[in-house]
Design a protein around this ligand. Structure first.
Ligand SMILES: C=C(O[C@H]1C=CC=C(C(=O)O)[C@@H]1O)C(=O)O
Length: 426
C-alpha cells in the first residue's frame, strides 16, 4: 500500500504551523519542491504542499494511515492536510508524456501552505526525532517563502495554434467505432479522449501558467502536480466529492455546448441521455453509503469560460463516518470520464485511444485531518514540459454521437484552457 515510501521511513511525525503573510499560492510552485501539489479552491481557499513526509497510493483505507502517529503541535492552525493526484487507472505504464509525473498518489506534505479568509499558515511536518528543530526549520522555511520572487506574475510567452498531429481523423473514426459497439449492445456510453499540444516561444514557469488559469477561471478548482521537472495542471469544472462531517456532496457533469449555445442543451436528447447515465451511476455508487438518496431533479447548467455543461448536484447524508479515499474509489471513474458499464468502457477507451491517460481524468484531492475532503476530476489541464504543453480532452459518446461534432467538442475543451494563456496578465 505504501507505494513510494522508502524503507525505514519513520512512523512517528510531528507537525507545527506558523502564520505567514498571504501570497499568491501559485508562487509556491517556483520553489521547485518534488513533488509539489496544489489545490486552489474557489473563494480564496488554497492548499499547496511541497515535499513528502508520507506518500501513499491513495487506496481506500489510506486516509487513516496518513494521520497515524502524527503529533500536531499547532492545533490552533488549520489542520494537517494531504494532497494528491491519482491516475485514471491503476498500474498503467507511463509513456514519454507522463513519465516523471506518474504514478501520482496522496502526499502528506513536508511543507504545506494553507490560505483561507485572507490569512495564510505554513505547516512543517517532520519525523518525530527532529521535533527539537521543528520551530527553527519552520522559521527558515517561512523566510525562504518570503524571499520568493513573484514568478506567477511573469508574462507568458506566446504560442502558435494547437498542433493536432495526425490525431483528428483517427478520433472521428474511433467515435464511429464506439457508436457501432454501442448499437451492438456492448455498452451504453464511453468517453473518448485525445491529445493536442502547443509549443511556447520559450519555457514558461508553471507558476505563471497556473496563475493565468486562476485569473481566467476563479470559480473552478485549479490544481497542479509537479514532479520530475514537469507539471500537470488545470482548472476543472467537475467535483468528484466534497465531504464535511457526514454531508456528502457530489454531482453529475456531462453534456456540453459552447457557452453561447447553452440553451440548446436541455432540448438535446443525446446530451440528456449522456448526462442521465452519469446521474444514475453516481447515485448507484453512493447508495450503499448514504441514509437516503435525494429526489431526482432536472439538470441545471454549469457555465465555465466558453463552455456550458448539464449539471446535477447530488447531496446526501452518510450513514456513518466514512474514509474519504474509500468514497473516492467508490465514485471513480464515473461515466463522465469513462463510460457504462465501467469495465467495458475502460477496455474500449484504452483500445481506441491507444495511449495512456496518466493523471488526466483521475481524482485530484485535498484531505484534512479533521475528516473533511474535496476531490475533483482532473480535466481541462495540460502537461507542461519545458516549452511544450500537451492537453488531453475527451467527450462522452452515446448512440447518436457524431465523430466531427465530438472532435469539435474536444477542441473547444482544449481551447477553454488555451484561452486563459492568451489573455494579457492583469
Ligand atoms: C471528459 C471531459 O469532460 C467531461 C466533463 C464534462 C462534460 C463532458 C462531456 O460532455 O462529454 C465530459 O463528460 C474533458 O473535459 O476532457
Amino acid at each position: 500500500m505504501n507505494l513510494a515510501l522508502p524503507p525505514g521511513l519513520p512512523l512517528r511525525l510531528c507537525s507545527a504551523a506558523l502564520e505567514i503573510p498571504p501570497l499568491p499560492p501559485e508562487r509556491l510552485l517556483a520553489l521547485g519542491a518534488e513533488p509539489t501539489a496544489a489545490f486552489l479552491a474557489p473563494d480564496g481557499e488554497s492548499w499547496v504542499g511541497m515535499g513528502a513526509a508520507r506518500w501513499l497510493a491513495g487506496e481506500a483505507g489510506d486516509t487513516a494511515a496518513l494521520w497515524a502517529g502524527l503529533a500536531d503541535l499547532s492545533p490552533e492552525a488549520p489542520p494537517p492536510s494531504a494532497l494528491g493526484a491519482l491516475p485514471f487507472r491503476r498500474g498503467e505504464v507511463a509513456d514519454a508524456l507522463w513519465s516523471g509525473l506518474m504514478p501520482g498518489g496522496v502526499v502528506l506534505p513536508e511543507r504545506l501552505v494553507v490560505q483561507r479568509g485572507g490569512r495564510a499558515w505554513l505547516r512543517l511536518t517532520l519525523p518525530a526525532q527532529l521535533a527539537d528543530t521543528l520551530h527553527a526549520r519552520l522559521a527558515e522555511a517561512a523566510a525562504e517563502i518570503a524571499a520568493l520572487a513573484p514568478a506567477e506574475a511573469a508574462p507568458l510567452p506566446g504560442f502558435e495554434d494547437l498542433d493536432e498531429g495526425a490525431a483528428p481523423g483517427g478520433f472521428s473514426r474511433a467515435v464511429g467505432e464506439a457508436v457501432r459497439r454501442i448499437r451492438a449492445g456492448e455498452l451504453v456510453k464511453v468517453v473518448l479522449a485525445r491529445r493536442a499540444g502547443i509549443r511556447f516561444d520559450r519555457a514558461p514557469s508553471a507558476a505563471a501558467v497556473l496563475r493565468r488559469l486562476s485569473q481566467h477561471q476563479p470559480a473552478a478548482v485549479r490544481y497542479a502536480w509537479c514532479r520530475g521537472g514537469k507539471a500537470w495542471l488545470g482548472a476543472t469544472p467537475e467535483t468528484l466529492l466534497r465531504l464535511d462531517g457526514r454531508l456528502l456532496r457530489t454531482e453529475a457533469l456531462a453534456g456540453t455546448r459552447p457557452e453561447a449555445l447553452a440553451d440548446e442543451l436541455h432540448a438535446d436528447t443525446k446530451e440528456r441521455h449522456e448526462h442521465a447515465v452519469v446521474v444514475d451511476a453516481v447515485r448507484a455508487a453512493i447508495a450503499p453509503w448514504v441514509q437516503a438518496l435525494p429526489p431526482l431533479r432536472t439538470p441545471g447548467l454549469r457555465r465555465t469560460r466558453g463552455l456550458a455543461h448539464l449539471h446535477t448536484p447530488i447531496e446526501a447524508t452518510l450513514r456513518a463516518d466514512a474514509d474519504a479515499l474509500a468514497l473516492v474509489r467508490a465514485l471513480h471513474p464515473t461515466p463522465a470520464v469513462c463510460g457504462l458499464p465501467t469495465e467495458a468502457a475502460a477496455a474500449l477507451l484504452a483500445a481506441l485511444e491507444g495511449e495512456p491517460r496518466g493523471l488526466y481524468a483521475g481524482p485530484v484531492l485535498r484531505l484534512s485531518a479533521d475528516g473533511s475532503a474535496h476531490a475533483v476530476v482532473a480535466l481541462r489541464g495540460a502537461v507542461l514540459a519545458g516549452r511544450n504543453a500537451v492537453l488531453p480532452a475527451g467527450a462522452g459518446i452515446v448512440d447518436g454521437s457524431d465523430g466531427e461534432r465530438e472532435l469539435a467538442e474536444t477542441r473547444a475543451k482544449q481551447h477553454s484552457v488555451l484561452d486563459a494563456w492568451r489573455r494579457v496578465t492583469a
